[in-house]
Design a protein around this ligand. Sequence first.
Ligand code: NAG
Ligand code: NAG
Length: 220
Amino acid sequence: MAGTQLITSVLLLLATAIGARSALLVRPEQDCINPSVSKVNDFNFFPNEYRSVISAPAPVAPGATIVDATDFDIKYYDTYKVVNVKRFGKSYVLYQCGTPDPSTLPAGAVEGVTPGMRSFEIPLFSVAVTDTTVNGFLSELNLIDRVALASPYSVGDCFQRLVDTKSQDGCKLVTPDPYFNASDPNGESGFKDANTTMYDGADAVFVGFSGDAAKDVLFT
Ligand SMILES: *[C@@H]1O[C@H](CO)[C@@H](O)[C@H](O)[C@H]1NC(C)=O
Ligand SMILES: *[C@@H]1O[C@H](CO)[C@@H](O)[C@H](O)[C@H]1NC(C)=O
């Protein structure tokens, strides 16, 4: 009997540990390329009408640099794109869900990708947003359903409902508050635990102008 209980506890612990690592939100099935699309190289993942192109000539040549924005540029390749955020000197590899992660291939094997570039499987589906600057953009793009956790300092109707911790129907989907109560002996540890949970469960964390974790996306 004791043995069974022990096994049950171990299983429960395992379940908790696994649970902590799983995403906070579930990726919708239609996000990813169907494995039956075998000729991936012939599939146009980024047709011109879905590119961030304002004045570039169409069709845009592979690897062409789009220069419509001053603070970033985007290079499009077959199954991925590389976004270079000039303000921070950071490049992000965004690869289509269902295709290989180009950043894991040997150096020099993939065009436009250099070792150390951060990569994200897109579309993102479980993001944490610690910088409220991002909220307005996510609202405009109708992407609030992809927000797993939002800043407690969010304004905006949908975001307030997400983070509302007081009302009965509030979602309590709130990022750890960096202004935790410093005189509370558990303030800092609570913040750190919540931070770990956030990074475990998010596929990207939209931070402000600083942050160097693998899932951080700088945005300001
Ligand atoms: C901060 O924590 C201290 C110690 O636990 C507590 O007495 C105080 O009421 C807290 N302040 C707030 C604003 O929650
Ligand atoms: C939160 O977690 C991330 C990822 O582990 C880490 O890089 C970052 O330093 C943590 N932030 C704080 C304030 O502890």
